[in-house]
Design a protein around this ligand. Structure first.
Ligand SMILES: NS(=O)(=O)c1ccc(S(=O)(=O)NCc2cccs2)s1
Ligand SMILES: [Zn+2]
Length: 260
């Protein structure tokens, strides 16, 4: 069923009833404790080949705002780092808080950021479809980027200016010519660990690559995300889309590695 959400009666603490994987051994997000990490010289740099990427649309799925890409060939991939294959960019989306409070999913030494951007990639070398990859232990690679508040982000405007077009759950509109390279911080130093999707179906199929350096966006820009609704145009009740983040999950003995 798809009635899960982030509210009191359908939120993360209840997801396990319908998605038992919620209590699995490689759940995400996690709290990253940098001083407990070993730097792994065997970990090379991650390489992002996004120059030929083709964005298609932007949509509101009731849980986040999603920009989808053409993933019919290897035109935009992430490779290197902990990955044995190139993984194709499929979509990116965000998680954020309520006014003034934090909304990232991963935390760093117990501290959360205002928001977190996820770029979702899948292993098209080993799997025929995204859905098949999303259920396989080495099927997905998600690049996580923290957002902190400060000055305006010059390129995020392209996204925040389109949000009014996808205010309601189920709305979708064209969104062509957007290259997410403009949302990357200057350093690609990262932490990596084996985890899961942070929303139902919570498949334990994600190699997480979390960039250490956050990007800066303004409170005004973040405020536009909070204008989005998790309810459809036809519904009487209007529920704002905010605090759409899952809290950190037990590490259960997993190793988190750090790029040098
Ligand atoms: N926050 S996150 O990056 O861990 C994601 C959560 C859900 C994502 S998805 O919509 O891309 N796939 C979800 C699937 C649907 C059907 C089979 S898998 S990505
Ligand atoms: Zn996400």
């Amino acid at each position: 069923g798809n009635n899960w959400g982030y509210g009191k009666d359908n939120g993360p603490s209840l997801w396990h009833k319908q998605y038992p994987t919620a209590k699995g051994n490689r759940q995400s997000p996690i709290d990253i404790i940098p001083q407990q990490l070993s730097q792994d010289p065997g970990l090379g740099p991650v390489v992002l080949n996004y120059d030929q990427c083709t964005s298609i649309n932007i949509s509101n799925n009731g849980h986040s705002v999603v920009v989808e890409f053409d993933d019919s060939d290897d035109r935009s991939v992430i490779r290197g780092g902990p990955l044995d294959n190139p993984y194709r960019l499929k979509q990116f989306h965000f998680h954020w808080g309520g006014k003034g409070c934090h909304g990232s999913e991963h935390t760093v030494a117990g501290n959360s950021y205002a928001s977190e951007l996820h770029l979702v990639h899948w292993n098209a070398v080993k799997y025929k479809t995204y859905g098949e990859a999303a259920a396989a232990p080495d099927g997905l690679a998600v690049l996580g980027i923290f957002l902190e508040t400060g000055d305006d982000h010059r390129w995020l405007h392209a996204i925040t200016d389109a949000l009014y077009m996808v205010k309601f759950k189920g709305s979708i509109t064209d969104f062509k010519g957007f290259n997410p390279k403009c949302l990357l911080p200057s350093s690609l130093h990262y932490w990596t660990y084996l985890g899961s999707l942070t929303t139902p179906p919570l498949h334990e199929s994600v190699t997480w690559i979390i960039l250490k350096e956050p990007i800066t966006v303004s409170e005004r820009q973040l405020g536009k995300f909070r204008m989005l609704l998790s309810t459809g145009e036809e519904e009487d009740q209007r529920i704002r889309m905010e605090n759409n983040f899952r809290p950190p999950q037990p590490l259960k003995g997993r190793k988190v590695r750090s790029s040098v």
